[in-house]
Every structure is written in C-alpha cells, then in structure tokens.
Design a protein around this ligand. Structure first.
Ligand code: NCD
Length: 321
C-alpha cells in the first residue's frame, strides 16, 4: 500500500504508522490509494452514480460558524438516507461546561454512529478520537488552523474534473496561509497526488510557520505566484484566528493580494480559480474574477456534497473491513 509521507508540525516521523482507520480525521491518515479512491468516487457521484445507503444517524457538531461545510455534510447524509441532527455551540451543553468528549459520548450513547465535528481548537478532533470510547466514527470538518481534510478532497476532485495534469501542474496558493487549515490539508493532498509545483505567496506575517513539504516555492508577490499557473487558490484572511495587531489594513491588503483580472492574464489561459469560501469580494478576490469564466468557486461547493457523500460511504466500508 502506498502511504502518504509528509512532515507535520510536532511530528517526528514522516510515516503515520497508526492511521486512525475508523475515522476521517486527516489526509495524512489515508493511503494514496484510499485518497485516489475517494476522489474517483466523488467524481462518479458528481456524474450521477447511485449512492450506497447508510443506515443510522449522523450528528453535525459545529462549534464554529459554517454554511457550505455544514449544509453539505447534512445534504450528503440525507442523500444516503441517514437521520441527521445538527448541534451548534450556542444550543449545546458545551455552554454548561460539558467537554467535547462528553457531548460526543452522550450522542453516541443515543445511537449516533457518525459525528461530524468542527471546532475552533487545532487538534481538538484528533484528541476527541483518542478519548472517545465505543464505535462511533468521527469526521474532522475543520479544527482551528489545523486540518480540513474534506475540503482538500473536494478541491482535488474539482481540479481533477477539469483534467488537471497533476505532475505537470503549477498551483498558486495565495493569502493567509499561516492560519489556513484549507492550505495545510490541501498541500498534503496535492503532494500525495504528485503535483508538479506549488507556489505560496502572501504577506510576510501570513506565510506558513508550519512545514510545507517538497516541490513548494515561496514567492514574494501575487504576480510571481500566478505567472503561468494552471490553478490559483485564493484564501480568506482568517481574522477570527489572527492576533489583532497583525490584522492587515483591508485597503493595503487588497492592493497587494487581491486577485484581479490583470493577474489572471499572466496565468495559463485555462487557469482555474479556486476559493474555499466564504469570499470577501474586493479583499482577496475581485468580483469579476470570482464570477468569471475561470472561477470554480461554485463548482467546489457542488463537489463538496459529493465529496462528503463519498466520505460517509468510505467510513461505512472502513467499519465493515
Ligand atoms: C474554510 C474554513 O472554514 O476553513 N471554509 C470552508 O470550510 N468552506 C475557509 C475559510 O473559512 O476561510
């Protein structure tokens, strides 16, 4: 089995020798075969393949705001025939001091088989996986600035659907990389798929302070990043995770890092533009680009439902294997 090897902060080894097979926590837990299988299945579902029904209940626990991720997990679970319960921080017993593990153990005791968790603390879902007893399966729907593996899967499937030739592709990821779980999981995923080159660019204080792996170039301007690029992924400034003292002045940020049509003209003529959303128009991406011919932003949203359906199916297969 080909296994993904990549350095993560605080990780001493490049191999994950104990993958959390039962859960979907990190791209790092997947073999390359499993990752490719998930992408193929996502694309098959996007082409209309019938789903494999899932009996049971899914709980969405979102302790951070979310529109597309939460709704797409909900729609995916419903499409599979599962019962879905949605729990948000404000209405959960977490406000009474209950720990995340106790909340999840409570739901599992009621028969909820799959828990989709988004949490503001990096590592919270992995810690939960270590602490939670029983057979409930966990899906990491984004933990702080840690990981966002389902987003990486949908981004890879979206790019693959356009025929991106991974080994010969140049992808630019631009913006607030340091606080972006999308960038971190995306890099793990694109490396596993053999991407030719990734260019990273953004303000100095927003460049990654985490290990980025090989075949990565850091460049110092948006122009250098997009030059001849086959795909560009723009990132939102994650103000909710940034020390206010380094929060950039929006006009200065937009002047230097907003993707505009003049930038796109420097990229490959068929360059694809991605953004995980939510977008801040005029800040990191101008409307003409976000709504333009090369934008895949809504395609990413559409693919998100299929990617999450594929994840639920995969979890069921893992449980039975
Ligand atoms: C991203 C996230 O929450 O990490 N959005 C998403 O999941 N669609 C990126 C962001 O919030 O900027």
């Amino acid at each position: 089995m080909r296994r993904l090897s990549f350095l993560m902060p605080g990780c001493e080894t490049v191999e994950n020798s104990n993958p959390a097979r039962r859960h979907f926590l990190s791209i790092m837990d997947l073999s390359v075969d499993a990752l490719e299988g998930l992408i193929d299945r996502t694309l098959a579902l996007a082409r209309g393949a019938p789903v494999k029904p899932l009996v049971g209940s899914v709980a969405n626990l979102f302790f951070e705001p979310s529109t597309r991720t939460r709704v797409s997990f909900e729609l995916a679970a419903q499409a599979l025939g599962a019962r879905v319960v949605n729990i948000e921080l404000a209405s959960s017993s977490a406000t009474k001091g209950e720990s995340l593990t106790d909340t999840c153990a409570t739901l599992a005791a009621m028969g909820v088989g799959t828990l989709v968790v988004r949490h503001p603390d990096s590592g919270a879902v992995a810690t939960l996986a270590a602490d939670l007893q029983g057979s409930a399966q966990l899906v990491n729907a984004g933990d702080g600035h840690g990981e966002h593996p389902s987003q990486a899967l949908l981004d890879a499937a979206t790019l693959q659907a356009t025929g991106l030739d991974w080994p010969n592709a140049t992808l630019a990821i631009i913006g607030d990389l340091r606080h972006s779980r999308v960038a971190r999981s995306g890099l793990q995923c694109f490396h596993a798929l053999g991407i030719g080159c990734v260019r990273l660019a953004g303000p100095e204080l927003m460049l990654p302070d985490w290990e980025v792996g090989s075949r990565v170039e850091r460049v110092h301007s948006i122009e250098a990043a997009v030059n001849e690029a086959d795909a560009i992924m723009m990132l939102r400034v994650q103000h909710e995770r940034i020390d206010k003292t380094i929060w950039p002045e929006p006009r200065t940020y937009a002047r230097d890092w907003c993707l505009r049509e003049e930038h796109l003209a420097r990229a490959h003529p068929d360059c694809r533009v991605l953004h995980p959303g939510p977008i801040n128009r005029g800040m990191e991406i101008e409307s003409r680009v976000a709504d333009g011919r090369q934008s895949l932003i809504l395609e990413q949203v559409r693919m998100g439902v299929h990617a999450r359906t594929a994840i639920f199916e995969w979890l069921k297969d893992e449980q039975q294997s």
